[in-house]
Design a binder for this molecule. Structure first.
Ligand SMILES: Cc1ncc(COP(=O)(O)O)c(C=O)c1O
Length: 334
């Protein structure tokens, strides 16, 4: 892989220093997101915790608020608290998108409002542009900093049909992922004003995130920006077509309907164990793995999995996907 990446670089490319791939990527991201500065991080986990810590220190408030299915609270072993001494106040309900009314119930002063676009855990829901504006205004009116978890900003952008910078302009700090949708190796970027990113640089050093050899991650991310990012609208359109075929087949249901991004959920009328067993059977017989992880629903006899359309899933015709899902359900019900 390193050899293939090196092949993409002009022979005289410096791998370290102000014109190295990491610095190039940071400048490119700052421009794309319309922010004065952008800083590479080895992970979104580190980048977002650092951003929230800075907002907490600047506002003198230890608490941030976000939808209950946010990545920080669910998947990061509460590093915001264990490492940074921050508090998290949930807003809204885990099973549905965040609303302005949910935010109005947050009465404690908060340092930041974290908004994830799209809200992955519930199927990739996006607020409308107006709803998003209202939520951000709610934060600003209370002296809280709007921060974007843009792990999938690339996937969200076609829905808003506005430049990335216009979406990012709503927020003071923006995190984007270098792998996931961009199909890179790993890594993240945090963008914001000079002072915030200057402080983020210090925290990155303190946390051991200033990797001197991160250039392969930056090169992979720039390939993703060139080749994968422009495909996001096509991926979303294919997701809509696949979802329609799944719904029409009638056995499974999609969420959201229609999908707003290349990512959506499929709800199955069978339990997770039976669905997994059926998936494995189908994989052994036909060499196709219909889904990765399946999640149990709170209602017995129901489960869900996530589909993200990317280049390799464009090969699957919508009816073919619907037929495969039908087959999983038929086998799981046997
Ligand atoms: C919505 C969201 N935010 C943040 C992260 C954290 O990113 P990383 O894996 O780079 O730490 C993820 C990773 O899956 C994510 O899905």
């Amino acid at each position: 892989m390193l050899r293939r990446m090196l092949d993409r670089l002009p022979p005289d490319t410096e791998l370290y220093g102000p014109d190295a791939p990491v610095a190039q990527l940071e400048r490119r991201m700052a421009e794309l997101l319309g922010k004065p500065k952008a800083l590479f991080f080895p992970s979104g986990t580190m980048a977002q915790q650092v951003a929230l810590r800075i907002h907490a220190e600047r506002t003198g408030r230890p608490t941030f608020t976000a939808h209950p299915a946010n990545h920080l609270d669910r998947w990061e072993m509460r590093g915001y608290s264990a490492v940074h001494g921050l508090r998290y106040l949930p807003a809204g309900e885990a099973v549905r998108p965040l609303t302005l009314d949910d935010l109005k119930e947050v009465t404690e002063p908060v340092a930041a409002l974290l908004i994830e676009l799209p809200q992955r855990e519930i199927g990739g829901f996006l607020p409308t542009w107006d709803e998003l504006g209202d939520q951000v205004r709610w934060a600003r009116d209370r002296g809280a900093v709007p921060h974007l978890d843009g792990a999938r900003l690339w996937e969200a952008q076609p829905y808003y049909d506005r430049p990335h910078a216009e979406i990012a302009a709503l927020f003071d700090t923006v995190y984007v992922s270098l792998y996931k949708g961009l199909e890179g190796v790993r890594g993240a970027v945090l963008a914001g004003d000079d002072a915030t990113i200057g402080q983020a640089d210090i925290w990155r050093q303190r946390l051991g995130g200033a990797l001197p050899d991160a250039w392969p991650l930056a090169v992979a991310a720039m390939i993703g920006l060139d080749e994968v990012m422009p495909r996001m609208a096509a991926f979303r359109d294919h997701a809509v077509a696949v979802a329609k075929a799944v719904n029409t087949a009638g056995v499974a249901a999609v969420l959201p309907d229609p999908p707003q991004t290349a990512l959506f959920h499929v709800l199955l009328p069978v339990d997770a164990e039976a669905a997994t067993k059926a998936r494995d059977e189908l994989l052994a017989e036909r060499g196709v793995q219909v889904f990765g992880h399946v999640r149990a629903e709170s209602v017995p006899g129901r489960c869900r999995f996530e589909i993200t359309i990317s280049e390799n899933s464009m090969e699957f015709a919508p009816d073919e996907v619907a037929e495969l899902i039908d087959e999983v359900v038929r086998r799981a019900l046997r």
